[in-house]
Design a protein around this ligand. Structure first.
Ligand code: ZN
Ligand code: ZN
Length: 562
């Protein structure tokens, strides 16, 4: 069934499509209002059927009921069919609202490509309400849109792939099964879903897969390969091999192609030929029980998939990579005191249930009004509540933290006196992203120099496939982190995964600690730490000693007091 967020999303889209169609302002506004009302409604989703809610009128409530009953909305389908697809795509260009897109549509521009050409010809700058600056912004937005097209985040890929894996696992003809490529390497963003199947019955299995609706529309099929497209446009690539060839195929299709190429050359020098599903010696295939046996041939230890990346230059001397079991605590957790869904106690109990010894609660500070940031009175109320809970919770200790906004000038959102009340402070940028690099870097470093700041939250502000990092000199930020003993966050929310893993080693080599924080806004979000944070930490070469939340409670308290 749909949740409030999904319903709000549909209503918002209806509002936008109505505006694009040129419907009157009241009607379009009604949908925007209803979307906001649903999003902020605190009751149960079922109550949306009957309750009178400010901002939800009769028509929109009927739409909501239709969505709850059927999961779809006829009106939305009709609107989507009426407004050209290219125009709907233009809405996704950063900085273009429905009003401007409608103006473009009325001027005869119906696709992103037409819009791009018009910008290059300088025609958009001349339209009323646009100007040269908007034209430049649109071109930048189009470049981003193209860069993001056809890609998905790891978590999105995983949620699409898992049902397919279940179907295959339950098929007795499937002898071995694995992801391949970037999905197996746990890359933060992937292009498609690649699955490798070991089977003795490729023909029969291919037939079944092509007939199974879950795999979507078949684009191409051959004796060893099936390509399909899911309803949302994502591509699935399935390769079938004989079970005895599975280890080599897995080896070949997992590593980044630059890395595999190097290994191929190395094998060649030893008189062996690496093909995609076999290794030949004087024309005869060698047999391998598993991937480890192939690495053995290369005189390498077994390399976990996530590190088979060109950024790794020395596979011979691997650090002892962090494992989920090394984590002792979880920090960067929101509650109902700001924009979280669950209470302090619920989050603490959930963290205890996951085996953590401590949990660091970090709600938003006062200037984050959209995130229901805390005024000082509420801070004190929360601190008292944590004291009460700590007095009775047995298996877990709650640390008093705050995710404090870094204001435009680099000062913090609370006075030092108030900051002194917390066990630790995470400082984060949530506003004014459009500064110049020098200004932004200075702003962040000034915040890090505050004696109460212990962690820099999501250091670049990126949202994968949605928003680029703000301009910032990370070398300088890492230097400042080392100087001021501030840890950098690897935010484990799969939309962020920020700091990018390619920077992690650069930080730890300078002695900077990394916090793997889930930025959890609900109990279920706590596991982002292990599900997404740990693989990315391993990609970045982190060892347990590099990671703040692998410290014991005593040790982390000492780090915070410093
Ligand atoms: Zn944040
Ligand atoms: Zn947060």
């Amino acid at each position: 069934m749909m949740d409030k967020k999904q319903i709000a999303h549909v209503l918002k889209e209806v509002g936008i499509l109505l505006e694009l169609k040129g419907e009157n302002k009241f009607k379009t506004q009604a949908y925007a209002n209803a979307a906001r009302a649903v999003e902020t409604f605190t009751g149960n989703v079922e109550a949306l059927r009957t309750e009178k809610i400010r901002g939800v009128g009769k028509a929109t409530q009927e739409n909501i009921i239709e969505l709850l009953d059927s999961g779809t909305l006829g009106l939305l389908d009709e609107l989507r069919a009426e407004v050209p697809a290219g125009v709907q795509q233009m809405i996704r260009i950063k900085g273009l609202g429905a009003k401007k897109v409608r103006q473009l549509y009325e001027a005869g521009i119906e696709t992103v490509d037409q819009l791009e050409r018009a910008c290059h010809a300088g025609r958009i700058a001349q339209m009323s309400g646009f100007g040269r600056k908007t034209q430049t912004n649109i071109l930048e937005g189009i470049a981003l849109l193209k860069q993001y097209a056809g890609k998905m985040r790891y978590d999105q890929a995983l949620s699409l792939a898992e049902p397919l894996m279940t179907i295959l696992q339950n098929d007795s003809r499937v002898d071995a099964l694995s992801f391949m490529g970037s999905l197996r390497r746990r890359c933060e963003v992937v292009r498609d879903i690649d699955i490798l199947i070991g089977t003795d019955d490729p023909a029969g299995l291919t037939q079944s897969i092509c007939e199974h609706p879950a795999f979507g529309e078949v684009i191409d099929r051959s004796s060893q390969r099936i390509q399909t497209r899911l309803a949302g446009g994502q591509e699935v690539d399935l390769s079938l091999v004989a079970p005895e060839r599975f280890p080599v195929a897995l080896f070949y299709t997992t590593g980044h192609k630059t890395v595999v190429k190097q290994w191929q050359t190395q094998l060649e020098q030893a008189g062996l030929t690496l093909e995609w599903d076999q290794i030949l010696q004087q024309g005869k295939p060698l047999l391998f029980a598993n991937e480890a046996a192939i690495f053995n041939l290369l005189d390498l230890p077994y390399l976990p998939p996530e590190i088979r990346e060109p950024e790794w230059t020395d596979f011979r001397h691997l650090p002892n990579l962090i494992n989920a079991g090394d984590l002792r605590g979880v920090l960067h957790v929101h509650t109902t005191y700001s924009d979280g869904v669950h209470s302090v106690e619920e989050m603490a109990q959930a963290a205890a249930g996951l085996g953590y010894h401590y949990v660091g609660i970090t709600d938003h500070s006062q200037s984050s009004t959209v995130a229901n940031g805390m005024k000082p009175e509420r801070v004190y109320a929360q601190l008292r509540e944590i004291d009460r809970l700590n007095a009775c919770l047995e298996t877990i200790e709650i640390l008093k933290g705050i995710e404090c906004d870094i204001l435009a000038d680099g000062s913090l959102d609370y006075s030092d006196d108030l900051l002194a009340e917390f066990d630790f402070v995470i400082a984060s940028v949530h506003t004014k992203f459009n500064m110049k690099e020098g200004e932004m870097t200075e702003r962040i470093i000034r915040a890090m120099s505050n004696p109460y700041v212990r962690v820099l939250g999501h250091p670049t502000g990126r949202l994968l496939l949605q928003r680029e990092s703000y301009p910032v000199n990370l070398e300088a930020v890492i230097d400042a982190a080392a100087e001021y003993h501030v840890a950098l966050e690897l935010n484990a929310n799969p939309r962020r995964l920020d700091l990018d893993w390619r920077w992690l080693r650069k930080a730890t080599e300078r002695g900077v600690k990394i916090l793997i924080g889930p930025d959890a806004h609900r109990m279920g979000g706590l596991t982002d730490t292990t599900q997404y944070g740990i693989p990315i930490a391993r990609k970045g070469g982190l060892r347990k000693d590099d990671v703040l939340n692998c410290f014991t409670l005593e040790h982390i308290r000492a780090f915070f007091k410093r």
